[in-house]
Design a protein around this ligand. Structure first.
Ligand SMILES: [Zn+2]
Length: 312
């Protein structure tokens, strides 16, 4: 899903606001920031930060164009591979033999390529033109995850990398993952960490605060809470280093603003020797959580969460 990017002109809808926290159902919501015209609040109950404006599927779709994020592009494949190698190691530490894997929001399908030996499936709402369908055939589904036709108890592993913070109904997405995983199956969720020092120092200028592209701003605690409410047990939580090109750093710092000085630096360096220099980054600004599907006998959905109804 990170192959999508925000178009600059559309403004936020003003009339529809969340009156309660989509994760814990708490109704005490404190204003945090106003960014790009959107209201970002923090739940007093569980500390989750999120965009209070409720956007319809059509409104969200109108904010996206294809192929805008150079991180998820063929030229950045080797940088992506740096993280994928580490993630494959974490997954295979738990599986003696390769199984069946789904990558939600798989973009160009490079993680599927990196998991060679596994039966790899993927879906993405807007893959790049030379997309995963060419290499993975009918194991790739183009469309919204809501519409993904996965069978219950089918997958050993489901991954959501840089996609969960885009999802307007996070508990519904987790409920779907829970259904599609085998008993004891593994869910991997990678999101930006709003509680890292860099984010705290940057406040609303943190590079990942880009509503409505990112609708939710998680940290280790709020992500763990969402997972445990959805029938998962967190087994591992890691800050894994990433490799980035210098030009990508400028692009991230521009935060979708075409007029930003960083956007000019990005345009001046992309594809050039300076822009192609790779750096290793680990500011604890990205968190990767591994969680295991709990048996249905030991878990029941929380009745306190109003969003759970939408998830069924
Ligand atoms: Zn809450």
């Amino acid at each position: 899903m990170d192959s999508l990017t925000l178009t600059p002109k559309a403004g936020p809808p003003l009339q529809h606001l969340h009156s309660s926290c989509p994760i814990c159902g708490g109704t005490s919501l404190n204003p945090l920031w106003r960014v790009h015209g959107y209201s970002i609040v923090r739940c007093a109950g569980c500390a989750l930060a999120f965009v209070q404006n409720i956007l319809t599927r059509e409104e969200l779709a109108s904010h996206y164009v294809q192929g805008g994020d150079p991180v998820y592009s063929e030229v950045n494949r080797e940088c992506l591979g740096y993280y994928y190698t580490k993630l494959r190691g974490l997954i295979e530490a738990r599986y003696a033999r390769p199984g069946r894997l789904l990558d939600v929001g798989c973009s160009g399908g490079w993680f599927l390529d990196a998991m060679q030996g596994w039966e790899c499936h993927g879906c993405d709402i807007a893959p790049p033109e030379a997309g995963p369908g060419q290499r993975h055939g009918d194991r790739f589904f183009e469309g919204d995850f809501d519409a993904y036709p996965g069978r219950d108890g089918f997958f050993d592993v489901i991954t959501m990398q840089d996609v969960f913070d885009h999802m307007p109904q996070p508990l519904a997405a987790l409920a779907k993952c829970h259904r599609m995983l085998k008993s004891g199956g593994l869910l991997v969720v990678k999101v930006h960490n709003i509680s890292c020092l860099y984010a705290k120092l940057s406040g609303p200028r943190f590079y990942a605060v880009i509503p409505p592209t990112h609708l939710f701003y998680y940290d280790r605690n709020t992500l763990s809470s969402a997972l445990s409410r959805s029938g998962f047990r967190v087994v591992e939580s890691r800050f894994i280093a990433h490799q980035l090109q210098i030009s990508t750093v400028f692009m991230r710092l521009s935060r979708d603003n075409e007029r930003s000085a960083f956007r000019h630096l990005y345009k001046a360096t992309v594809g050039r020797p300076l822009g192609n220099i790779r750096i290793r980054k680990n500011l604890h600004d990205v968190i990767t959580v591994l969680a295991v599907k709990r048996d249905s006998q030991s878990w029941a959905p929380s009745p306190s969460s109003p969003s759970w109804q939408a998830a069924l």
